[in-house]
Design a protein around this ligand. Structure first.
Ligand code: FES
Length: 283
């Protein structure tokens, strides 16, 4: 094999003879550069102009700069409180506890669509449009009470529905913020690994964090140390399901769960996603 190719032609930021010194730093480095003769520092010049104008107008430079910065700094977007948001199924019809629990008698039948064995990630945004959440019914697929030989869960923290098995958790990992489907729900049998005798959980394929789907999304493996935020669900007199709040830590990447995006408003529709599966767990 021949020798290394010449960096002068191939390295856009490489140091090489004949290249402009201002472009000689590797990516990611900041350097202070002396002004080249004849060039003008536009930032300094604009600040001096601003100070001069402030002097003429008889106002403080600090006030003038502060006022100017109002137009430079991007506004913080968010909402003041949690909306009461009705959830709609993937087909656009109202999501009810009977439908999710497989008790709906409407056509087409919904038996088996939502239960602990689901192999899809079913998610909805709440309370902001950039905050996806898992929607889960952890009850066994056969409708019989959960046991060691019949995987599933009932009466879980925050669970709604006839078996207390319907829950929703943030689908943004609490470690470095990998988003569904990198973080996914793993139904029984997906991986040989079990936790506390339970073969189903939420797992992040980015670095291996695992969360207990039947216990408020608490941590089962790191590197994440916080649980996933849990969406508070509510049911009206007709069985319609609503998202009305969030408990636990803020959604990862947000100063708080209500800031950093735009409201979903009064309705949010479930969508299906295909999980990314990795059976690699930290030892
Ligand atoms: S982002 Fe999920 S484990 Fe690192």
């Amino acid at each position: 094999m021949s020798g290394a190719l010449p960096c002068a032609e191939l390295c856009p930021l490489g140091r090489s003879a004949g290249r402009d010194e201002r472009f000689a730093s590797p990516p990611g480095y900041l350097r202070r550069l002396a002004a080249v003769d004849g060039e003008v520092d536009e930032t300094k010049r604009n600040m001096l102009k601003l100070a001069a104008v402030a002097g003429v107008l008889g106002i403080g430079v600090g006030g003038a700069v502060g006022g100017a910065l109002q137009y430079v700094r991007p506004p913080v977007v968010g909402i003041g409180s949690y909306p009461r948001t009705q959830l709609f199924d993937t087909d656009g019809s109202a999501l009810t506890v009977n439908r999710v629990a497989g008790l709906a008698t409407t056509s087409p039948p919904y038996q088996g669509r939502y239960n602990v064995t689901t192999t899809d990630d079913i998610v909805f945004d709440y309370p902001l449009t950039n905050e996806p959440n898992f929607f889960l019914n952890l009850y066994p697929a056969n409708g019989a009470p959960p046991s060691s030989s019949n995987p599933g869960a009932a009466n879980v923290p925050g669970g709604i529905g006839p078996n207390g098995s319907i829950v929703a958790y943030s689908a943004i990992c609490q470690h470095l913020g990998c988003v569904v489907p990198s973080i996914s729900y793993y139904p029984p049998g997906t991986c040989p690994k079990t936790f506390n005798g339970r073969p189903f959980y939420i797992h992040c394929s980015c670095h291996g964090s695992t969360y207990d789907a039947a216990n408020a999304a608490s941590n089962l493996t790191g590197p994440a140390v916080l649980p996933l935020p849990q969406v508070v669900l509510d049911v009206d007199e007709n069985g319609n399901i609503f998202a009305i709040g969030s408990v636990g830590p803020p959604v990862n990447g947000h100063l708080n769960t209500l800031q950093g995006g735009y409201s979903v408003g009064l309705s949010s529709q479930l969508v299906k996603d295909t999980p990314t599966i990795s059976c690699s767990f930290p030892s």
